[in-house]
Write a protein that binds this ligand. Sequence first.
Ligand SMILES: Cc1cc2nc3c(=O)[nH]c(=O)nc-3n(C[C@H](O)[C@H](O)[C@H](O)COP(=O)(O)O)c2cc1C
Length: 460
Amino acid sequence: MFGLHPHLQRIYRPLGFRRFSNMSRRSHPSSPDSSPRTAKRQKREHTPLSPDDYKGGLMLAPMVRSGALPTRLYALKHGAKLVWGPETVDKAILHTTRVVDPVTGVVAYHGKSKPIFTCHPIEKPFLIYQIGSADPELAVQAAKMVQQDVAGFDLNCGCPKPFSTHSGMGAALLTNPDLLCSILTALREAMPPEISISAKIRLLPSQEDTLKLVERIVNTGISCLTVHCRTRNMRMREKAVIERLREIVDFVEKMGKGIAVIENGDCLGYEDSKRVRQVTGAHSVMIATAAEANPTCFSPTPLKDLELTFVPGYIRLGKYLNNHWSSTKFCATQFQGAHDKASRTDLKALREAIVHAKGYEDMEQYVAPWTGEQEFTEIVEAIEKRGGQRAPPMPVPWEDVVVAPLEAIEENGQLKDTEVVARLHEPRSDGAATAPFVRGAVLSLEIPSVGGGGETIAVQ
Ligand SMILES: Cc1cc2nc3c(=O)[nH]c(=O)nc-3n(C[C@H](O)[C@H](O)[C@H](O)COP(=O)(O)O)c2cc1C
């Protein structure tokens, strides 16, 4: 028998989700959020994100177009700890109208012709909204518009595309640290403490300049810093220079504010994240391209044969959530994973059908029966299964995990006797750990997801 140390048990907090899965399937009339009944039904309790919640996990990166609501929900189902929404420029959200679908709970911020941002209450405790801005006041106004639907705000300080940089946003902020920090400070001051603030930057050409910038950013009071380990001028096909991150992580840790540093760049998924954390020492890892191709890559057992196992359900869910067909279609054409069983002819036929489909109805032959409710229910259940934790099971570099008998551990979780620990070193293929030797009668345990490396897990 084994059990968790009480210190660790206390970390598991109930999030108090409500379920949407029992709702009957109807057509999707949209109603403004002014209805008190609707607003009450959407309300969810959740604990605010702390810097620790940004640690010890795999995160879905912000991705314009590809970070759509169904993709974020699947990423959460398959093990992403937190999900970043696509960058939304501050001004774009200001003139939207918030509309709640009373059947599915989907919240859409409608612009003139289409929703600018769409989200769901089930993802709220895990959802980081990314702002594109070059103006503290506009950033705060934008944040106020959506703060009821998200857990935190991230400032995009890394986009190198001219449409961002020409107006001073994205990577242009890297060379304007006064403006960058004034936006973060304004957001921190304007938002209540339960809303976290973070920033996503790229490396500067010199490490010294990067550290200077990081120091200023950390001092604004953010909870988390993501570093895309490429410089502004590097192309995506160039390898990310993740080796530079360790010094940055050490530097931030020495600042003593407990802020999380997330690595971003070239991580392929759950297994590969062990390499990335080992090289960088980062608290967490954020994945973009690999998740765009396979949103289940956060799992120790990512799905294969996506055309059979994933794409039809994704399209059903998209329809159920009223996700705009153009968005579902775009995402579905990006998916590609390893192949096991699917035949080339099946894959080709599905791909072609998606490319030629003008709407969901054109996909009927491939994805019917249509409801999509089953997919949504499974996602809700997977998120609820976290049992009050924000984190799903996560990979930990093995040498960081120690196992000790209860009497060797202080009430605060610290080790009092370092002589008695055993180190885990036999990863099982499913990502759980096996303890090859533990003093006492315990032979094995599963690693709970309680933060970054160096965890102490007590067994009885
Ligand atoms: C389709 C796509 C859209 C992206 N959109 C954003 C964005 O909205 N905000 C942002 O900060 N980075 C954006 N990025 C960059 C990624 O978040 C990430 O920094 C980059 O792709 C490196 O991670 P990777 O090596 O895992 O792909 C985007 C990347 C892709 C592929």
